[in-house]
Design a protein. Structure first.
Lengths: 777, 106
């Protein structure tokens, strides 16, 4: 009762169910299936071919009379059988073949070993997989729900599917459980070539049944048998494998959904409007050209030129006159402007006077009554603050009172932070009468570091700049352009100019000034007719006793180190002698007469010297200050200072008071002003006052007014503060009783001498008599 | 403008030949006048022997620079009576024997 198809369906079932059911016999399973098929088949129409249906007695009995009809019908048909089908006798056909299914795969090779180099021995391999793939090939069908299928449908159009009534489905080619099949084949030895083609059929039919969900269920089972070919053909038709004739493509839809529309708007009615403009003006001109006319014209013109030329040769004054004639109107307007400006300035001063009336009153008349109660102490009364909007971000780098106009002060603006130099600077002249706006403003391209006003010509202002240039301005000029300006690499300092001082006029009346710079040179500048003549006065070479190290360059040349000049001051009596302070902290006493030798040097400070100032009464006494927090008072030709004061922060400036021989003031970077009166207190300042908020603002420079008891101090925010000295800070000498009347100068000198005699240490003092300065080393 | 060819004027007065441009009459703006003078001089120097060509070049350049229509006469002897758009006339002598008149009239 075993036919190939039966065994196959058996295998199929087994493979789909689990192979674990080893206890079951093949026979039972077969019977079950056949029962199933039979019962279904009896209900269905007999039109389907049912061949090789294995039946046993039990099945035949069940079929009943329906089976007789079937049998007769069957016999009427010529059955096509495969060529290689075995011819079996009836007995053979009816023979029962028993099959044994085991869960073990007999074909698997056991005891496989491999040599392991790691262990140096043969090790057993794991058992190979139980799955054997007999046949595998990729189908060309797609599942209807897959993306690729959808795409294909889209391309071919919906009608493709409708036309076939069923989606294209490919039979499964893969069979799981092929092992069992193989086993069976071996056992039965009945396997034939046609088997595989038949094998496919049930699968196809199964699929159809699922999708068509109708009677064709049966067809799957009936399809088993030699008529598989026919069945296959039918199945092909029904399944509708994608036929080649469905190549007509559906037109693609316009992807942009483009459509064209138009509309007609109203037409604007046309109108005619005309305007006639005035035609451009015309003139007529006529002349006759002849050679002699040309010649005459040239002659005439030449003659006119000849007469003009002598006038031109008169020089610039003549030319200037012409200019003034030409620009008569402009000049007039300018003059008018100046008058207006003057009026406005007066008005501005009046307004300021009213606004700052109380300050102005204090400035002249207020005397702190508290000073009478205090002994040896004074204070500073803040008056106006001078600042200018454009120089707000710059530091005040120098201050100077005009020697002629005591209420006019020159303020320099630059930058002390040398890493962030800005290409701007300014010099402003403020008047006490107008604290709100500078009277003169000079803007420069580099920070202005120092200023000096000529004592004889109070309109001549010399400024030194950060880039090493010096410039001379004449404040009388309406337009503030430099009348002299250093130019060229050799015509200027190599680095920042730190101090500039007008010198006394030359024997032949030439105006000249001196400047000192970080490049270690002191220049003398002479204002020639139309240029600035420069001569090097001295180069501040470090001497060996000062620890100068001559360094050797790579090619063996000796490089002499130079001192970096930071301040310069002239002896009040001897025009030839001057002092130069350097960044090394040394003060050199030099003479204009010698350019290579120092008269004297003082090892004054540990850090940069910021200012040297001579006493206004005794020319042998001078004070110096520096970044090492110290202020020192020196006597000429004495290498040791007379007084040392430590002010707890870098001292920006020190100045002797013009009214007293023992009073000097200093400003520090902590924002404090110190006023000393050595006559009152030799050890500490009689006034210490913070002017600006500490840490935020530093005080940079200081200047005494020559006439009135007030000082100005500059800070690094571009503000200049004016401060009135309280009465205790300006104690004058009382003329001694019972003695002939002495003037204040003598008294002041006496006062200082008396003080100095206390400090001077003999034996030095014995060899330091009066007039040491004059001695030229 | 005052270039003089007569270097040896001290020797003999009569030999002086002036070649600089001498503006006889012009009502142009100063800038325009200078420009017109320069381009006319260039043209006259370039075509020193062909006045017609020189006039043509001047006219075309003036048309381009100052707008149409310019009329230019370059010659040694002629008479003229022209009407022109005011502030658009330049009449000058050049090279000692040339008279150039350029005017605009559209």
């Amino acid at each position: 009762m075993s036919s190939p198809s039966q065994s196959l369906s058996d295998v199929h079932t087994l493979s789909t169910s689990n192979l674990n059911s080893s206890g079951e016999t093949g026979e039972e399973t077969v019977v079950d299936i056949e029962d199933d098929v039979e019962s279904q088949g009896s209900l269905k129409s007999g039109s389907q071919a049912k061949l090789n249906l294995p039946r046993d007695k039990k099945a035949a009995g069940d079929a009943g009379d329906g089976a007789d009809d079937f049998e007769t019908w069957m016999k009427s048909r010529q059955l096509i059988r495969p060529e290689d089908q075995l011819d079996l006798t009836e007995a053979e056909l009816n023979e029962e073949v028993s099959k044994v299914l085991t869960a073990q795969n007999m074909n698997i090779l056991k005891n496989l070993v491999i040599y392991s180099f790691k262990e140096g021995a043969y090790v057993p391999l794991p058992l190979p997989s139980n799955t054997v793939t007999l046949l595998s090939f990729t189908g060309t069908s797609l599942h209807i729900d897959s993306d690729a299928a959808k795409k294909q449908i889209e391309e071919l159009g919906d009608d493709v599917i409708q036309g076939f009534g069923a989606p294209a489905i490919q039979p499964h080619e893969k069979f799981k459980g092929g092992e069992e099949e193989g086993e069976e084949e071996e056992e039965e030895g009945e396997g034939d070539g046609g088997r595989q083609s038949i094998e496919k059929q049930p699968e196809v039919e199964d699929k159809d049944e699922e999708e068509d969900e109708d009677e064709e269920e049966e067809a799957g089972e009936e399809g088993e048998g030699p008529q598989g070919d026919e069945e296959g053909a039918i199945a092909d038709e029904e399944a509708g494998l994608p036929p080649p004739q469905s190549s007509r493509k559906k037109k693609l839809v316009n992807q942009f959904n483009f459509c064209e529309r138009a509309t007609l708007t109203y037409m604007n009615p046309t109108r005619c409007v005309e305007t006639q403009t005035v035609p451009p003006p015309r003139s007529t001109y006529g002349a006759t050209v002849l050679q002699w006319v040309i010649y005459d014209a040239y002659e005439e013109d030449f003659a006119a030129q000849q007469t003009l030329e002598p006038k031109k040769k008169l020089g610039p004054p003549g030319g200037k006159k012409q200019d003034s004639k030409k620009g008569g109107k402009a000049a007039l307007a300018e003059e008018l402007n100046r008058k207006y400006l003057k009026c406005w300035q007066i008005l501005e001063r009046m307004i300021n006077q009213n606004i700052y009336d109380d300050i102005a009153q204090d400035y002249r008349y207020f005397e702190d009554p508290a000073d009478e109660m205090r002994e040896e102490e004074g204070n500073l009364l803040p008056l106006w603050n001078f600042h200018y909007e454009k120089t707000k971000k710059l530091n005040v780098t120098d201050l100077y009172f005009n020697p002629h106009y005591y209420d006019l002060l020159a303020v320099c603006f630059g930058n002390h932070d040398f890493l962030t130099q800005k290409p701007e600077g300014a010099m402003c002249c403020f008047s006490i009468k107008n604290p709100s706006f500078p009277d003169y403003i000079i803007m420069t391209e580099s920070g202005v570091m120092c200023v000096d006003i000529h004592p004889k010509y109070p309109y001549l202002v010399a400024i030194g700049m950060y880039d090493g240039n010096v410039a001379i301005y004449n404040l009388q000029n309406f337009i503030l352009e430099p009348i002299y300006m250093s130019k060229g690499v050799n015509g200027k300092h190599g680095e920042c100019v730190w101090e500039i001082k007008w010198g006394p006029d030359m024997p032949d009346g030439e105006i000249n000034f001196y400047s000192v710079s970080v490049d270690g040179r002191v220049f003398n500048w002479i204002l020639m007719q139309n240029e600035l003549q420069v001569t090097t006065l001295i180069t501040l070479f470090l001497t060996e006793e000062l620890g100068a190290i001559t360094t050797e360059g790579p090619d063996g040349t000796l490089v002499k180190l130079k001192g970096c000049g930071t301040c310069l001051t002239f002896h009040p009596l001897n025009d030839e002698v001057f002092m130069v302070g350097t960044e090394e902290g040394i003060i050199y006493k030099c003479s204009t007469a010698y350019s290579s030798k120092y008269l004297m040097y003082y090892e004054a400070h540990y850090l940069s010297v910021y200012r040297i100032d001579f006493n206004k009464y005794n020319p042998n006494i001078f004070a110096s200050c520096g970044a090492d927090w110290r202020v020192k008072v020196w006597e000429d030709m004495r290498p040791e200072p007379l007084f040392i004061f430590d002010l707890d922060s870098a001292v920006g400036d020190v100045k002797w008071a013009p009214y007293s021989s023992t009073v000097f003031a200093a400003v520090t970077t902590e924002g404090k002003v110190f006023v000393f009166d050595l006559n009152v207190n030799k050890y500490k300042a009689i006034c210490v006052q913070a002017i600006v908020p500490r840490r935020k603002t530093k005080l940079t420079r200081l200047c005494f007014n020559q006439k009135l008891p007030f000082i100005i101090v500059g800070d690094d925010k571009g503000v200049t503060h004016s401060l009135k000295l309280s009465p205790n800070l300006r104690v004058m000498c009382k003329p001694p009783k019972k003695q002939p009347w002495l003037d204040q100068i003598t008294l002041q000198n006496q006062k200082l001498e008396k003080l100095l005699s206390l400090v001077r240490e003999l034996p030095e003092g014995a060899t330091a008599p009066e007039g040491t300065t004059v001695a030229k080393a | 403008m005052a270039e003089e060819s007569g270097h040896e004027k001290g020797e003999s007065d009569k030999k002086i030949v002036h070649v600089y441009p001498l503006v006889k009459h012009s009502d142009m703006a100063e800038e325009m006048k200078i420009e017109a003078l320069e381009l006319s001089m260039t043209a006259c120097e370039k075509y020193a022997s062909n006045y017609e060509q020189a006039a043509k070049v001047i006219k075309e350049t003036m048309d381009k620079k100052f707008g149409t229509y310019w009329h230019v006469v370059v010659g040694e002897g002629f008479g003229f009576e022209v009407s022109f758009e005011t502030r658009n006339l330049l009449y000058f002598f050049f090279a000692g024997n040339l008279a150039i008149i350029a005017w605009k009239c559209s």
